[in-house]
Design a binder for this molecule. Structure first.
Ligand code: ADP
Ligand code: MG
Length: 328
């Protein structure tokens, strides 16, 4: 029997109000994450990845709001939960870490104290709490954890702070960890260490991970499944090896080519010509058509529907699969 997914999102639409009207930053997003899976949500800046993630946590900031769709998590319909219940989901079942952990850590408390705060949901003594905090620091591979527990956040490196955040999240044993560009601010070596840590923790705790990134290098490193977003819409989704073997959407292919050239000294990101469109007034038809090398008349006129491109692989492009395959 097929297991029901851990998180299942259907037709989720999230809009922001602006003085000149409202626009959908996430437009009819549908996908799911299985238990124990690492799902990477990929796309350039401004494509709606963070807004989608905040939507899953029901934390979309003003002037944004969820307009329609469904979010099912552990078999529960999150959009109909009372806020009090949702708070429990956020605290214990679903956790989120951000690009810059300094924003999430309180500068006036030691790392150990903050972990204790996060860990000690049950009644245990202060001493036991600190012991747990130190264990947790060891778990996320911080050396000399008893010393580090007495440090303040600013005394730790960026990579260590991100480890602390991951540790704090995992202390609550969530089923889903959402990591929004967790390594973007870190250098490549530390980045690799954090990704390794995520993989190990997935193995150890069975946590599913939704990782948000614009970098296909990270996808290759860590993901089981990939979803590519462009201008608020999911344009391709599938198993990681299928996406790498045969990307079917031209945007996916261009993003993969834009992989940072880490071997080169200058290490600059090759970018895709053009920019993500203004969502207030998105292009007609396929939203990618103004930047697509294969645009035809139909692309300007009609939004392509999601189609199957093989087992567990879907894409939204008017070009036929065979053509797609031969133009790599
Ligand atoms: N708080 C906000 N208020 C208004 N617009 C926002 C807000 N946050 C994001 N947006 C807009 O929503 C769109 C998607 O942004 P975002 O979800 O941050 O994308 P990504 O994470 O992929 O970079 C962008 O056009 C962005 O300008
Ligand atoms: Mg973002």
């Amino acid at each position: 029997m097929m297991k029901t997914p851990l998180l299942s999102v259907k037709n989720l639409t999230i809009a922001y109000q602006s003085p000149s009207g409202s626009f959908a930053a996430v437009d009819h997003l549908s996908f799911s994450i299985k238990e124990g899976e690492i799902f990477a949500l990929v796309g350039e800046s401004g494509c709606g990845k963070s807004t989608a993630a905040l939507g899953f946590m029901r934390l979309v900031p003003e002037p944004g709001s969820i307009c329609s769709g469904e979010i099912e998590f552990e078999g529960r319909d999150l959009l109909s939960l009372p806020e009090k219940e949702m708070e429990k989901v956020r605290g214990r079942r679903m956790g989120m870490i951000f690009q810059n952990p300094l924003d999430s850590l309180n500068p006036v408390y030691t790392v150990g104290n903050q972990i204790q705060e996060a860990v000690v949901l049950d009644k245990i003594t202060k001493k036991e709490g600190m012991k747990k905090a130190i264990e947790l620091l060891r778990d996320v591979r911080i050396s000399d954890p008893s010393h580090r527990a007495s440090n303040f956040p600013h005394e730790l490196s960026g990579g260590m702070r991100q480890r602390v955040m991951i540790g704090m999240m995992l202390s609550r044993n969530p089923k889903l960890l959402i990591a929004d560009e967790p390594t973007t601010a870190l250098d490549v070596t530390i980045q690799a260490q954090i990704l390794d840590l995520c993989k190990d923790l997935k193995e150890k705790y069975g946590t599913s991970i939704l990782i948000i990134t614009h970098d296909f290098g990270i996808v290759a490193e860590i993901a089981d499944k990939v979803g590519v977003m462009y201008a608020g819409k999911l344009v391709e989704v599938g198993e990681v090896f299928k996406i790498f073997d045969q990307p079917l959407h031209p945007y996916t292919r261009l993003l993969m080519k834009a992989l940072p050239q880490t071997s080169k000294k200058e290490g600059r990101l090759k970018t895709i010509p053009g920019t993500v469109p203004n969502l207030m007034n998105p292009p007609t038809g396929c939203r990618f058509h103004p930047r697509c090398p294969f645009t035809e008349q139909i692309c300007r006129e009609k939004a392509p529907p999601m189609e199957s491109g093989g087992e567990d692989h879907y894409f939204a492009c008017h070009r036929k699969e065979a053509e797609n395959g031969s133009h790599t």
